[in-house]
Design a protein around this ligand. Structure first.
Ligand code: 0RA
Length: 645
């Protein structure tokens, strides 16, 4: 501990250290988890503070670097953390910000803050969970510095030179005593920084990876903000209008920005943000958005007599088919609700968004009659298609009831009726399906072979999916079905789900990963709840069998292959026999069981939605209208597709 001048140092500093000790004892309470997600959370804590400086109008550049040793440096040209003496605590404001929980230091209510918002726990948490931190502040022409170890200052703040510009640079090394992994993922950082650049037009965000021999650099910058965001999301879709519809407005200190664009597809892609934080479950801003959309388009269509021939009633859903939109609001004091705090609660925001967007949409429609007609035609098509889908769905469901709720003929069910212990394997091809049937544990493992490529749901009209044998079989086997609520929204009913593990088992080649991706796309678009609740998995068959005499071992990757070969051959590589598995069909039932199906030995990847935005963009790119990017994408993301979609 360092000597201090004046003030009630000991009391306040002990309090501070106790605070940070609490963070170290229960990190999950503060940053959610100590896995890779928690590790990345540290970066967002610091970056959020830099973004706040941008929102307050003081920062134009942010640089994030992953250093060689996996530490991270975040640098900005904001105002710099204040360094003056804190009267009551008897130490510099910088030390207070870095060592006192929730100090943050910014109490002006009129500015929008990301930090202190949804996941804002403050930079002091980053300090508590890092084995080493160095902060450099450039302010008032001087450069200051302080270092910390596990949250404790190594010495007082010192001046280390002059500075012509203002700003803050934070370098932190996550603590190996706390985190399960210390390896940062470039793509995870890149995705969020790209998103932040769209949400904060005009802000320069650099990402640098120093871990490679040739360091990688990327700049995320958007002049057009949400407008460009919408175009980026719809890259592989065919647009109905040339440009996104864009509106920006402010009422009662709430800033509203919306970009929306219709395409010829059938998916709804609405992403929403509050103070730059993604609101996964929407909330009052999204309600206002939907309200304006339905009200203005309905009024326009009615006025022009465009709906006169329509035989079905239009529902709110119909205005959002083939719609890509970003709704971003900045609210001074956001209230988050819902289980995961992913939903905006401020009720005044409904009317504000609805008014601002409503006015803009009305003028757009009056000024662009050709495009207005195209959109209304699309809405009419959606209403008609929804009716067709309802009929097709009812047909399937009625047939099931008539045939006594019969399971698909192709399903080899398990004997257990307990969903929590039951597993359904969706297997590529009848022949591998046959092998899996022989190899399985029939008590809790069910097998359903899927023939060839299942329907690409990204491009198909909804009713088509209920006419597709493979997809119908998946619904019936799982025991889930789609219902409509009073508002005409489709809801997946999973109360009778028959298996808690659904395992996609495909060949380990390009075709196999394409089929796996088709199945993933189907689950993502039509059974998202099952993915969100962690029911979906991908089986990982081994790539090699390495044999020497009576000894045999499997390898799942190149590194294992090398190690096993070396171990078995004792250096004489050609004394071993290496079999490369190209498909599941090359294994017999026993091999398939012991490598890919036996819970004791198999490797399963759980499918999680790390970022809804990336997943949606990814599937549209992979499965959408624009063919060329698809092949390139499958090849470069084949691995990514299998794990963290
Ligand atoms: C406290 C007060 C002020 C700015 C900051 C903290 C601040 C924190 C971080 C963390 C990373 N970059 C940052 N930039 C600023 C306001 C300063 C003032 O009023 O001059």
């Amino acid at each position: 501990m360092t000597a201090q001048k004046g003030g009630d140092y000991s009391a306040s500093s002990i309090q501070a250290l106790e605070g940070l000790e609490a963070v170290r004892r229960r990190p999950g309470m503060y940053i959610g988890s100590t896995d890779t997600k928690g590790l990345h959370h540290l970066v967002w804590e610091v970056v959020d503070n830099s973004i706040d400086e941008h929102l307050a109008g003081h920062c134009t550049h942010i640089q994030v670097s992953i250093n060689k040793d996996n530490s991270v440096t975040v640098s900005d040209n904001g105002r710099g953390i204040p360094v003056d003496m804190h009267e009551k605590l008897g130490k510099s404001a910088l030390e207070v910000v870095m060592t006192v929980l929730h100090a943050g230091g910014k109490f002006d209510k009129d500015s929008y803050k990301v930090s202190g918002g949804l996941h804002g726990v403050g930079v002091s948490c980053v300090n508590a969970l890092s084995s080493y931190v160095r902060v450099e502040v450039r302010r008032e022409g001087k450069k200051y510095m302080q270092e910390y170890e596990r949250g404790k200052p190594k010495a007082d703040v010192i001046q280390i030179g002059e500075a012509s510009e203002r700003g803050t640079t934070v370098t932190f090394q996550p603590d190996s005593e706390i985190f399960e992994t210390l390896i940062y993922n470039y793509d995870t950082l890149a995705h969020r920084l790209r998103e932040l650049s769209f949400l904060n037009s005009g802000l320069y965000i650099y990402l640098r990876d120093e871990r490679e021999e040739f360091p990688k650099d990327e700049l995320f910058f958007s002049e057009g903000g949400l407008r460009e965001f919408a175009l980026y999301l719809d890259q592989s879709r065919t647009p109905l209008t040339e440009e996104p519809i864009f509106v920006k407005g402010k009422e009662d200190n709430v800033e509203v920005e919306v970009a929306l664009m219709y395409n010829t597809g059938y998916q709804e892609n609405v992403f929403s943000y509050v103070n730059n934080i993604n609101t996964r479950d929407g909330g009052t801003h999204v309600s206002g958005f939907r309200r304006a959309l339905a009200r203005v388009f309905k009024q326009y269509g009615d006025d022009k007599g465009m709906f006169s021939k329509l035989k079905v009633e239009i529902s709110g859903d119909d205005f959002r088919e083939g719609l890509t939109a970003i709704v971003s609001v900045k609210v001074p004091e956001p209230q988050f609700k819902g289980q995961t705090k992913g939903e905006l609660g401020n009720s005044e925001v409904v009317g504000i968004v609805s008014r601002i967007l409503g006015d803009a949409l009305s003028s757009f429609l009056e000024e662009n009659p050709k495009e207005a007609r195209r959109i209304i035609d699309k809405v009419i098509l959606a209403a008609t298609a929804r009716e067709a889908a309802r009929k097709a769905r009812e047909m399937v469901q009625r047939k099931n009831v008539l045939s006594g709720g019969g399971l698909p003929g192709k399903l080899a069910d398990c004997s257990s009726k307990i969903a929590a212990e039951s597993e359904l394997f969706l297997v590529e091809g009848d022949s591998a399906g046959g092998t899996a049937k022989q190899g399985r544990n029939r008590h809790y493992q069910a097998i359903m072979p899927l023939r060839g490529k299942i329907l690409n749901v990204e491009k198909a009209l909804e009713y088509k999916i209920y006419e597709n044998e493979e997809i119908k079989n998946i619904f019936t086997a799982l025991g889930v079905f789609i219902q409509e609520n009073e508002e005409g929204e489709r809801i997946l009913n999973i109360t009778k789900l028959r298996y808690h593990k659904i395992v996609i088992m495909c060949d380990a080649d390009v075709d196999g990963s394409h089929i796996a991706t088709l199945i993933l796309t189907f689950f993502y678009r039509y059974m998202k709840q099952l993915v969100e609740q962690g029911h979906l998995y991908i089986a990982r068959p081994p790539l090699y069998l390495i044999k020497k005499g009576s000894k045999a071992e499997y390898a799942w990757n190149e590194k294992d292959r090398k190690e096993i070969t070396e171990k078995l051959s004792g250096g004489k590589e050609d004394s071993v026999h290496i079999q490369r598995y190209k498909g599941l069909g090359e294994m017999n039932a026993e091999q398939l069981w012991e490598t890919t199906m036996d819970p004791e030995r198999r490797i399963l990847s759980q499918v999680t939605i790390e970022s809804d935005l990336e997943a949606s963009h990814y599937f549209s790119k992979l499965m959408g209208d624009d063919v060329p990017p698809r092949r390139e994408f499958i090849e470069s993301h084949a691995h990514y597709a299998r794990i963290d979609v």
